[in-house]
Design a protein around this ligand. Structure first.
Ligand code: NAD
Ligand code: LMR
Length: 332
């Protein structure tokens, strides 16, 4: 274990009663992991930050530990240090796994990432079964069901604590809708439901806040751009990976939501891909209220227009097979 600052410092802070949560990032040396680690080190709600990866964590940990913010940073390298990385954590964020190259779908990542997520979730079940888990590794539509199956097998599954991160879809939707409306993206709120791949990404443009209307052409353009946002970045990066910086931003925005919920803040609401009864599918992304125990309330989709109802049917069809693929990977 790479310790960036003495335990005494942490103890001092604890005595001072400063609030703070213990957060681990698994895959912390990667394209998402590094900026995510930096941004979490800047989050005043974090008191301890554990950085785990199978490569390069000593360097990343040393670098980030020099930032003069409150969180104590520790690095963990390789499978033999996974349990130490996880013990005592309140929130575990998982961006571990391979990213897409041009021409690939997210599902093409399944064969490698499914095994990575399985191993990491077995560690969570053993060492911090009560932690909130933010799962970023693709294909999210399948990796979340994989995580759920691992936790069920271990007897630790709490549906409220397992959250697939679809925040980047919301961030993109807010940005693209704001561009069309000529607004500041910070003033725009677009619910994005369903899942996190292609047609399963379903922006509800009829529910945009502030209330507004779009032409049919704008609806086609925005829906396609939001659904293909990831591919847009993969193609622009031309083989050098997928979204990392906007993803780190989105992951921190979402993690902060979870931490504020854990702290007991009222009215903390965000979209996430969760175990759900909003549709007949066992997992679905929609707005959830985050509280002290995770996703404490899952909101229904609200009134959909005909365009969105047609999109929902397409989304559910693809989601059903992605969910089944994840479940079968563990049950086989
Ligand atoms: P990357 O290759 O840059 O980094 C991945 C990191 O994971 C690497 O440092 C690697 O060493 C590490 N890793 C691999 N196996 C591991 C293991 N067993 N334990 C711990 N760490 C391990 O990739 P990236 O660009 O950071 O993307 C990571 C994942 O996030 C990909 O699957 C990508 O598709 C996904 N992603 C999801 C979203 C989303 O919206 N949910 C957005 C962007 C990317
Ligand atoms: C994204 O939406 O950017 C991620 O899921 C990465 C990808 O492969 O598109």
């Amino acid at each position: 274990m790479e310790e960036s600052s003495g335990l005494s410092r942490e103890n001092c802070r604890a005595k001072g009663g400063a609030p703070g949560f213990k957060v681990a990032i698994l895959g912390a040396a990667g394209g998402i992991g590094q900026p995510l680690a930096m941004l979490m080190k800047m989050n005043p709600l974090v008191s301890v930050l554990h950085l785990y990866d199978v490569v390069n964590t000593p360097g990343v940990t040393s670098d980030i530990s020099h930032m003069d913010t409150g969180a104590v940073v520790r690095g963990f390298l390789g499978q033999q240090q996974l349990e130490d990385a996880l013990t005592g954590m309140d929130l575990v964020i998982i961006p571990a796994g391979v990213p897409r190259k041009p021409g690939m779908t997210r599902d093409d990542l399944f064969n490698i990432n499914a095994g990575i997520v399985k191993t990491l979730c077995e560690g969570i079940a053993k060492c911090c079964p009560n932690a909130i888990v933010n799962l970023i590794s693709n294909p999210v539509n399948s990796t979340v069901p994989i995580a759920a199956e691992v936790f069920k097998k271990a007897g630790t599954f709490d549906p409220k604590r397992l959250l697939g991160v679809t925040m980047l879809d919301v961030v993109r939707a807010n940005t693209f809708v704001a561009e069309v409306l000529g607004l500041d993206p910070r003033e725009v709120d677009v619910p994005v439901v369903g899942g996190h791949a292609g047609v399963t990404i379903l922006p509800l443009l009829s529910q945009v806040k502030p209330p507004c209307s779009f032409t049919p052409e704008e609806i086609d353009y925005l829906t396609a751009r939001i659904q293909n946002g990831g591919t847009e970045v993969v193609e622009a990066k031309a083989g050098a990976g997928s979204a990392t910086l906007s993803m780190a931003y989105a992951a921190v925005k979402f993690a902060d939501t979870c931490l504020r919920g854990l702290r007991g803040d009222a009215g903390v609401i965000q979209c996430a891909y969760v175990f759900s009864q909003v549709t007949e599918l066992p997992f679905f992304a929609s707005k959830v209220r985050l509280g002290r125990t995770g996703a404490e309330e899952i909101y229904p989709l609200g009134p959909l227009n005909e365009y969105e109802r047609a999109g929902l049917e397409k989304a559910k069809k693809e989601l059903a097979s992605s969910i089944q693929k994840g479940i079968s990977f563990i049950r086989k």
